[in-house]
Design a binder for this molecule. Structure first.
Ligand code: GDP
Ligand code: IMO
Ligand code: MG
Length: 449
């Protein structure tokens, strides 16, 4: 398995962290290739829970290189907080390597993300407000600040100055500063409109920001490296690199449910760009899907359930966002969407997580086609957003099971209905299921051949 990509097959939070941790046992390097701290990847080892936002999910192995690739957008304050937190828990951070070419999420990106959402009002995307979109936008505009810039104060200051000016203007227009100040000062505090307009936001001061980031640079310097060549060396030695995706296929900027997507490409093809390897370095693609579906944030979700079954999934599955704590929207497994994800990523294997959460439901439903508003049957994921927005799913019903799966460790131990459910999915999408999650713990897994 020299080059293996792990991707989310639905709308995120499928359990990529757990699957990465499991497969990393046989790998030599684990690389994040896109996204930023909008991600929240959970690992539960011996009852201890770890939540990673930027650090690859291989970090609990002291002997493996963990790489933040060039395709990631990185908030240095958050990353240092994560490093410090893990160190305090006794995790060895020496093998963490950060691409010098990764882009930085700056304070103005976070402010712009929030301002954009506030401005959209009811039409907001429900972003994580971590500055992801504005940071990738600056990268494309060639106004981005990269990790390597932290190491040269003069360059850093000049780049921040250039990048900052249009942001200040944009933020002024969105009058975020004014709203924020008013909130902090309190209505009736005597702060005049003029004072509010003119008050500089301390987070947007060029000198403060430069100084703060030079300091981050000093702290991150031991980790900064040429991470593409690190990957080449591992691959050329015939060893294994795992490319750990964040977010998921249906949140892909190009192929997801645009505009209700993230600002990067979470699909497998992006691993090459985001880590600096070639397409033929990829040998396997594992898709991770929950045994049902969830989505956090706005956007179309054909199989969404707003009834008792939806509540069952939310509560039994503890479906609250790892990053923002928001309730996740829950629904049935959507095989039309999953088959689309299988093809886009050219998946070689599937991992199905959270099968245990389905226990207690008499009947299980899986969407096998959609019906358009006009009544047409759709076997494939519609490319036109208006059609997807109004599509209703048609379901196949399968028998449910009531046994608690959390102690199952082999296919034979699973109830026959659970096995049939998995077989149905694998056959429908044409990809073998190799791993099944039956609980959050690392050992709560059934390997299938
Ligand atoms: P990721 O973003 O794809 O890494 O997924 P998250 O960590 O955001 O969300 C997955 C959640 O489900 C976490 O709380 C995991 O601990 C949990 N989890 C993972 N696999 C299973 C499983 O098989 N069963 C159950 N019950 N929980 C799981
Ligand atoms: P992991 O890696 C689930 C969603 C947000 C929002 C949209 C855009 O843990 O699976 P952004 O902040 O990226 O601009 O928000 O994408 N989103 C995620 N949903 N899991 C994630 O990451 C997500 N990262 C972003 O909720 O709808
Ligand atoms: Mg998550």
């Amino acid at each position: 398995m020299p080059g293996l990509v792990i991707v989310g097959a639905q709308w995120g939070d499928e359990g990529k962290g757990k699957v990465t941790d499991l497969l990393a046992e046989r790998a030599d390097a684990i690389v994040r290739f896109q996204g930023g701290n909008n991600a929240g990847h959970t690992i539960v080892r011996d009852g201890e829970e770890f939540k990673f936002h930027l650090i690859p999910s291989g970090i609990l192995y002291p002997d493996k290189a963990c790489v933040i690739g060039n395709g990631v957008v990185l908030d240095p304050r958050i990353l240092l907080g994560e490093i410090d937190g893990l160190r305090r828990r006794g995790v060895d951070m020496n093998n963490l390597k950060i691409s010098a070419n990764a882009h930085l999420i700056m304070p103005y990106h976070v402010l712009l993300d929030t301002a954009g959402e506030v401005k959209l009002g009811k039409l907001s995307l429900g972003t994580t407000r971590r500055g992801i979109g504005p940071c990738y936008a600056d990268k494309a505009l060639r106004l981005g600040i990269r990790v390597q810039d932290l190491l040269d104060e003069k360059i850093l200051r000049a780049k921040i100055r250039t990048a900052l000016e249009p942001k200040q203007q944009a933020l002024r227009e969105l009058s975020v500063k004014r709203r924020k100040l008013r909130k902090e000062a309190g209505e009736g505090s005597g702060v005049s409109e003029a004072e509010i307009e003119d008050a500089p936001d301390p987070r947007l001061d060029l000198h403060t920001m430069t100084e703060e980031h030079v300091n981050y640079g000093h702290r991150l310097e031991p980790h900064i490296a040429d991470t593409s060549s690190l990957c080449w060396d591992v691959l050329d030695a015939g060893k294994t690199v795992i490319f750990e995706g964040a977010q998921a296929t249906l949140l892909d900027l190009d192929h997801g449910t645009y505009p209700f997507v993230t600002s990067s490409n979470p699909i497998a093809g992006a691993a090459t760009v985001g880590a600096g390897v070639g397409p033929t370095d990829i040998d396997e693609v594992w898709g991770v899907a929950k045994a049902y579906a969830t989505r956090v944030g706005a956007g179309p979700f054909p199989t969404e359930l707003e009834d008792a079954t939806g509540r069952h999934l939310l509560e039994k599955g503890h479906e609250y966002g790892t990053t923002t704590g928001r309730e996740r929207r829950c629904g049935w497994m959507d095989l039309v969407a999953l088959r689309y994800a299988v093809r886009l990523n050219r998946m070689s294997s599937l991992a199905i997580t959270k099968l245990d959460v389905l226990s207690g439901l008499d009947t299980l439903r899986v969407a096998v086609r959609y019906r358009s508003r006009e009544g047409a049957l759709l076997d494939t994921f519609p490319y036109h957003q208006s059609i997807l927005h109004s599509a209703t799913p048609e379901y196949e019903e399968l028998p449910g099971f009531s046994a608690d799966l959390q102690a199952c460790r082999s296919a034979d131990a699973l109830p026959p209905e659970a096995r049939s459910y998995l077989d149905y999915i694998a056959e429908f999408v044409g990809v073998p299921i190799r791993l099944v999650g039956v609980g959050p713990g690392r050992d709560q897994v059934v390997w299938l051949s």
